[in-house]
Write a new protein. Structure first.
Length: 468
């Protein structure tokens, strides 16, 4: 091996390579994993556009160059096994694009394998090669380096570096500006011809079974990822169609029954179906009718004063929701306003005894909820003398006004006694007293309401029995 001094051109290139190797790594890491055909075709024209910009840039050349001598280098760093055929195709297609789209003269280092080494030891053949390349590059106005930085299957990621050599009169040529950027190239003709033919047939059929057949026989082809994605799309569409059919059949059965129980079962069992909202509307209409009938048929109707009598069963509703309160019994409500949104409140019966002003029970029927009710069912006969009530949505004055609140309620006890009580329009606790009675349940039915300025639903913040 002979020791030779490194040419000035190589020293400059080694410095440029050191400066931009970090940039190349960052750009490579940010490149997208999926590259479109348009981007594959456009990489050469992006280089052409950059060359044209450099020719007219004052920071690159002291005087604009309408024509320039462009030299193209192909660089193969260690770790990227780029075949000679691919390397030749890169520099050849790029040089053709430059010749076809500019008035520049172009030379290509087709036999070049690697440069930018810090070593100063070269074989005789390498010395002759580098000497030739050095002369060509130093004579060029613009030099283009194509540096592979990543390779996956048929896609090659490139770091492209373009620099200008400006020479004015007696001043020797020197690197005046450098432009680096990243791009990708796909070698279509490297693909297995059998894969390509089978994929075309699968695309023509465009069915899940066709793509599954392709996967069975050609699982290692580059198109396997697309095949899996299209199979998943067909399966999702089939599943959605099956679910839609099941929803339609279940809703048709609920409509045929036409009862509150049938609609409630549909909402519970088919909660993801698009017909659920329609079922809820039907439930509210049926509940309104049930409330109107109850006012006419229940002894006392819950609307007039009545004395104690025989023990009666606890009122129920097809839409009722119940929760247990420890050491007391159950809170049941005739309906509940559905929650909506990620941070929506829970308007169920638990809000009536959780001690928070940020929650409240909201009835779930259409209108202002007249006739809807709360029942407190005790674990054992309990003597009470009234109800402790906090009216409306007490979270804030704004929400209190926007939502409906009570003006009067009708109270019914398990022994048949009924009472009507007025409710003050504020969010402080108030007592609704009546004659002490030992009961198994107490019902408070919404009577008159103060409508909200924005929402029709009536809200009750807290409700507790006054125990004796």
């Amino acid at each position: 091996m002979r020791q030779r001094a490194v040419p000035d051109f190589l020293r400059r290139w080694a410095g440029l390579r050191t400066a931009f190797v970090g940039c190349a790594a960052l750009l490579a890491a940010g490149m997208s994993a999926s590259v479109s055909r348009a981007a594959d075709d456009a990489w050469r024209f992006k280089v052409v556009a950059k060359i044209s910009q450099i020719q007219s840039r004052a920071s690159c050349f002291s005087s604009p160059k309408s024509t320039a001598y462009v030299h193209v280098l192909g660089v193969q760093p260690s770790g990227i096994a780029l075949t000679p055929a691919r390397q030749a195709r890169l520099v050849n297609t790029l040089s053709e694009a430059i010749l076809a789209n500019t008035a520049n003269r172009v030379t290509v280092a087709r036999e070049f394998s690697t440069i930018a080494t810090r070593s100063i030891s070269f074989s005789e053949a390498r010395i002759r090669e580098i000497t030739k390349l050095t002369r060509e590059a130093e004579a060029a106005d613009i030099t283009v380096v194509l540096q592979p930085i990543g390779q996956v299957a048929n896609r090659l990621d490139l770091q492209v570096t373009i620099w200008a050599n400006d020479s004015t009169g007696a001043k020797p040529a020197g690197v005046s500006c450098v432009t680096p950027f990243s791009t990708s190239v796909t070698f279509e003709d490297d693909a297995d011809p059998q894969c390509a033919r089978a994929w075309r047939q699968a695309e023509l059929r465009d069915t899940a079974s066709g793509y599954r057949g392709f996967m069975d026989f050609f699982p290692d082809c580059a198109q396997a990822t697309d095949a899996r994605a299209r199979i998943a799309k067909f399966e999702a569409a089939a599943s959605a169609a099956k679910s839609a059919q099941a929803c339609a059949q279940a809703f048709a059965a609920a409509r045929a029954s036409g009862t509150l129980g049938a609609y409630k079962a549909f909402v519970v069992d088919q909660f993801a179906c698009p017909q659920v909202e329609g079922a809820r509307v039907a439930m509210r209409v049926l509940q309104d009718l049930a409330n109107a009938n109850a006012a006419k048929t229940v002894p006392g109707g819950g609307y007039t004063e009545g004395g104690a009598g025989a023990e009666t069963p606890r009122p129920t509703s097809p839409l009722e929701t119940c929760v247990r309160k420890a050491n007391l019994g159950e809170y049941c409500v005739s309906s509940v306003l559905p929650s909506s949104g990620v941070n929506a409140s829970d308007y169920g019966p638990r809000a009536l005894f959780d001690g928070s002003d940020r929650t409240g029970w909201a009835e779930g029927v259409s209108g202002s909820g007249e006739g809807e009710w709360v029942v407190i069912a005790f674990e054992q006969p309990t003597k009470i003398s009234g109800l402790f009530l906090k009216n409306g949505f007490a979270k804030s004055r704004r929400l209190f006004k926007r939502n409906g609140a009570l003006r009067s309620v009708d109270i019914r006890l398990s022994n048949g006694a009924t009472f009507r009580r007025k409710v003050a329009n504020h969010t402080r606790f108030q007592w609704l007293r009546f004659d002490p009675s030992e009961v198994t349940w107490v019902q408070m039915r919404i009577g008159a309401v103060r409508k909200g300025t924005r929402h029709a639903d009536t809200v009750i913040n807290e409700l507790r029995p006054i125990l004796q």
